[in-house]
Design a binder for this molecule. Structure first.
Ligand SMILES: *Cc1c(COP(=O)(O)O)cnc(C)c1O
Length: 490
């Protein structure tokens, strides 16, 4: 299958490209994104056939239907990385929390956040394409805390790929920072910046667009790519777990095959939610996709009013920082799917030039057929964490907690919900400890130990050992010096 472009095609690019090309050069004509030409139809037959398949078998079968230009042995090798999850035979447990609410836990991978679901296999795929083409890539990543560790973990010691990862020094949790600065491999460079996440993100965007930087890389025979969540190479791995979670509910006799469910997704850049939408379009029985946000509630407003309005918007720092986003990139792929490339180009150009777009009422009706949304404040989230722990014995992180609000306000209680848990308690422990006991901890290790005691859990080894590991990545610089620092590393 080939990939086409959300904003149509300019004269300089091919109308359609292979999967490999779409993931190596993820930005399409007019600044658009690549999308599959058409989605494979799976239908109930596929679900029935794979009812008892393992996660990896399901993934291989689904990826097979996409007919992408990646050899089967590479896909198999990529999927083997799910063996690194807590339970290799079921990397994504789905747990009943209350009567009709189930939580699909996407965080059982090496870095304890859901970014591993896609980035783990993506690292193998990208490295193998680079080797096959005899090319060397520099992957740039800017992170507020979860993408960085997951990207470093997946590309560590992989052939033909180097990674430069930018993070705001002091802007991540202790665990997130330690996950990055203790990564020891020759092909990885972690750079702390005196600034905030936006400084890191802006530096990354500037470098990706800079022809001088590209020329300097070319002299070293290095090409440039990015591992951010607009890359379809990540999205494709995010369709699988929605299908898996549904089949888990059938296997647990919580639903019967064909019964519709809500998929409730804590959203930032909309990659997870887009995977849910594609799974639905491919035949998963879904009632609606519910988009959960924090105080940065642009998506709630879009889905409720049809207006994407950034004219007076500022990012606020919340207790769920991985969702502190205003420009939610993957919404564009939904616009394309519903309204076509001409309208998508128009809307996205409005967003870029006026910081605003508005759907027509017919378009809004169409959007609301698939999506509903609500947002949850940090205080509400902490109350949900405490309440769900006290009354249901289930511990969740602040990102997952945003789903609890929309679960109450957006769903028909007769219909079952799968809510997605995107991070383990270990990654955002000070907020959770505060929710459970009221304590205020300056350090993650104090909060971790307190939660472990309170909830009778043990701190998983890969988190515990971080605190004793040697810090090998010591670079912290001014944002003006990023380019120089990266070239020095190469
Ligand atoms: C990245 C992330 C999200 C947001 O996911 P999107 O696919 O960008 O919408 C939510 N929660 C956590 C913990 C994350 O790391």
């Amino acid at each position: 299958m080939n990939f086409i472009q959300t904003r149509g095609c300019d004269a300089t690019r091919a109308k359609s490209v292979t999967f490999s090309e779409a993931i190596l050069n993820p930005i399409a004509s007019f600044g658009g994104l690549y999308v599959p030409e058409n989605l494979p139809e799976l239908g109930e037959a596929f679900l029935n056939e794979h009812l008892n398949a393992s996660y990896k078998e399901l993934a291989a079968a689904m990826l097979g239907r996409f007919e992408i230009d990646i050899e089967k042995n590479v896909i198999d090798e990529a999927l083997k990385l799910y063996d690194k999850f807590d339970n290799p035979s079921n990397p994504v447990p789905v747990v009943k929390v209350k009567e009709n609410l189930y939580v699909s836990e996407l965080y059982h991978g090496p870095t304890r956040a859901f970014k591993d679901m896609a980035l783990q296999p993506f690292g193998v795929v990208l490295s193998s394409i680079a080797q096959k083409r005899g090319e060397h890539y520099l992957i740039l990543a800017a992170t507020s805390g979860d993408t960085g560790p997951a990207a470093l973990e997946t590309f560590k010691n992989r052939a033909n790929v180097q990674v430069a990862c930018l993070y705001p020094d002091g802007g991540t949790s202790d665990v997130q920072r330690l996950q990055m600065v203790t990564e020891d491999a020759k092909n990885l460079k972690v750079i702390g910046i005196n600034g905030v996440f936006d400084d890191a993100q802006n530096a990354l965007k500037r470098l990706l667009a800079s022809s001088e930087f590209k020329a300097a890389l070319q002299e070293k025979n290095i090409l440039l790519s990015a591992a951010n969540s607009v890359n379809f190479g990540r999205i494709i791995f995010q369709i699988i777990y929605h299908i898996h979670s549904y089949l888990e509910l059938v296997r647990q006799s919580a639903i019967t095959m064909g019964e519709k469910v809500y998929l409730n997704v804590p959203s930032g850049n909309f990659g997870n939610a887009l995977g849910a939408y594609y799974a639905w379009k491919m035949g998963l029985p879904v009632e609606k996709i519910i988009i959960s946000s924090n105080e940065n509630n642009v998506l709630t407003r879009l889905i409720k009013t049809g207006k994407y309005d950034l004219r007076d918007a500022h990012v606020v720092n919340t207790t769920s920082p991985a969702m502190d986003i205003l420009k939610s990139s993957n919404v564009e792929r939904i616009l394309y799917d519903m309204f076509g490339f001409e309208r998508t180009r128009e809307l996205m150009q409005d967003l870029e030039s006026k910081n605003f777009y508005e759907l027509s009422s017919a378009e809004l009706t169409e959007l609301q057929k698939s999506f509903d949304a609500d947002f949850c404040t940090g205080d509400e989230g902490k109350a949900y964490i405490k309440d769900t722990f006290d009354n249901n014995g289930y511990l969740m992180d602040p990102h997952t907690a945003t789903c609890m609000k929309s679960y109450e306000t957006c769903s028909n209680p007769a219909i079952k919900t799968i809510a997605y848990s995107t991070a383990e308690w270990t990654k955002f422990s000070p907020v959770i400890a505060n929710a459970l006991t009221g304590e205020v901890d300056a350090q993650d290790i104090v909060a971790l130990e307190s939660i472990a005691k309170e909830a009778k859990l043990s701190i998983p080894p890969m988190i515990k050992e971080l605190f004793g590991k040697e810090i090998v990545q010591k670079t912290v610089i001014e944002k003006e010096d990023i380019e120089k620092e990266i070239l020095k590393f190469l």
